[in-house]
Design a protein around this ligand. Structure first.
Ligand code: GDP
Ligand code: IMO
Ligand code: MG
Length: 430
């Protein structure tokens, strides 16, 4: 029938996993369209926390199909660990998970190249998760990649060896020797045997056949718009298209099939790794947000940089993605704040603008803030949108007016059930 897309509007970690898990029951299929194990999507169900890296966030639901699309890059070792963890929790992964044969594989040497490249950049490093993402996508666009379907080729070891040899030559450019290949190679090949037993499919046919039978698909993005390879804060970005168009490329679905685009934003901003962050709070307030919000990476455990919500950047993300509705997460982290600020304009060379400059990295930006009264109420205690405090509704109204987009969902805690809908009929519009 149609495809809805759910993606991040900031620098990742907006709470995509939680919202996908909640909405999953409205769909037949949840399909991840890009990124790889650099992602960490957290679900908290009945007090149990699960962090997913490659597996789509609908996996906890019985009777739902989860597809890892062709746009995803897969580290078989991480995937195996993830699946084994799910199996240990009694999740019937084999019945629920399908993997595109066209997804590219992360080789051990991709990870080595990632580490070598980052080390060579010194202070200008991207702050990569070092999961091999960039070298794998480079090989994909360079037409040297190794795809999931290739492991079915009787000569797959030969294909592997050829790529590995090329990578080892490349590593010498970096003068990087900090690796033990035989050990990680062994684990990788064991994981390949594990992968071989999973449901490997032609996912573009699978998804389009499902659509023609009237099924509903939710496409799950990883990272966020400001980390998009084309429209993010380049070069401090990831290596895939994290935006709406990435769902078409990463799943093989046509733009005409897309209905809702659900953009996820925190009530403030975070970023892991280096790169521009105009509203960053490198002060006590930033530390307070990090502490209350437990802002530490779900994949690497690194402290996340924190700052006020950046409305020019959000407006940009809404434009690029064609966002039709917003889910606002982590507003509860600001429960005790007297004053909450929102950046409304960027001041560059004395001029104010709501547009992002071409080069965010080398442009001195002074954020202009609008101050709002804090709601000083525990949002977690509310179970209906209509009952939310006036001050908080005023804050939402201010954001909606600025962004010209409805905030239809308010997440008030990490737990699955902590989600309020603006319209009483919840997901009717989905
Ligand atoms: P994702 O990568 O976008 O899926 O987000 P992450 O899982 O990396 O990071 C979001 C973190 O915030 C996780 O620890 C979630 O459990 C948590 N979280 C999500 N929504 C909310 C919320 O509304 N309030 C609070 N307090 N935590 C939330
Ligand atoms: P989810 O899906 C937050 C960041 C890294 C680094 C940059 C490039 O959980 O929101 P890469 O490993 O892709 O070469 O790193 O992108 N990054 C993320 N930040 N959430 C993520 O995923 C991220 N995936 C990558 O920190 O700055
Ligand atoms: Mg995350």
């Amino acid at each position: 029938m149609s495809v809805d897309i759910l993606l991040g509007l900031q620098w990742g970690d907006e709470g995509k996993g939680k919202i996908v898990d909640y909405l999953a029951n409205n769909y037949d299929i949840i399909a991840r369209f890009q990124g790889g194990p650099n992602a960490g999507h957290t679900l908290v169900i009945d007090g149990v926390k699960t962090v997913l890296h490659t597996v789509p966030s609908g996996i906890m639901h019985e009777g739902l199909i989860n597809v890892i699309g062709n746009g995803v890059v897969i580290d078989p070792v991480t995937l195996r660990k993830e699946i084994e963890n799910l199996l240990s929790k009694g999740i019937e992964v084999n019945k629920r998970l399908f993997i595109s044969k066209k997804a590219h594989l992360i080789l051990p040497t991709h990870k080595i190249l990632d580490a070598a490249s980052e080390a060579s950049k010194g202070v200008n490093k991207i702050g990569s998760t070092l999961r091999g993402i960039s070298p794998t996508y480079m090989d994909k666009t360079g037409r040297n990649g190794f795809r999931v379907g290739d492991i079915l080729d009787p000569n797959f070891k030969g294909i592997y060896e050829k790529i590995k040899e090329k990578h080892l030559k490349l590593v010498t450019i970096y003068d990087y020797q900090d690796f033990e290949l035989p050990e990680i190679e062994k684990t990788w090949f064991e994981a390949i045997e594990f992968l071989r037993e999973l449901n490997l499919i032609d996912s573009e046919y699978y998804l389009n056949n499902a659509l023609s039978k009237g099924k509903k698909i939710l496409a799950e993005g990883a990272q966020g718009t400001m980390l998009d390879i084309d429209f993010g804060t380049y070069p401090f970005v990831t290596s895939s298209n994290t935006i709406t168009s990435g769902a078409c490329n990463g799943l093989g679905i046509a733009p005409t099939k897309i209905k809702e685009v659900i953009g996820i934003s925190k009530a403030y901003c975070t970023r892991v790794g280096t790169g521009p962050f105009p509203t960053e709070l490198d002060n006590e307030t930033g530390e307070r947000i990090r502490k209350i919000g437990s802002e530490f990476g779900a994949t690497t455990g690194r402290p996340r940089r924190t700052g006020w919500i950046d409305l020019p950047a959000l407006k940009y993300a809404i434009m690029i993605n064609g966002v039709t509705q917003i889910a606002l997460t982590k507003a509860d982290i600001l429960n005790d704040f007297e004053v909450i600020e929102a950046c409304t304009d960027y001041e560059v060379n004395g001029k104010r603008s709501q547009e992002l400059p071409y080069d965010l990295c080398n442009t001195e930006i002074t954020p202009v803030y609008h101050k709002l009264c804090g709601w000083k109420t525990d949002l977690r205690a509310f179970s209906a949108y209509e009952d939310l405090p006036e001050t908080f509704l005023g804050y939402l109204n201010f954001l909606e007016e600025y962004l010209k987009t409805d905030i239809t969902m308010i997440s008030t805690g990490p737990e699955r059930e902590k989600l309020l809908f603006k319209k009483a009929l919840e997901v009717q519009s989905l």
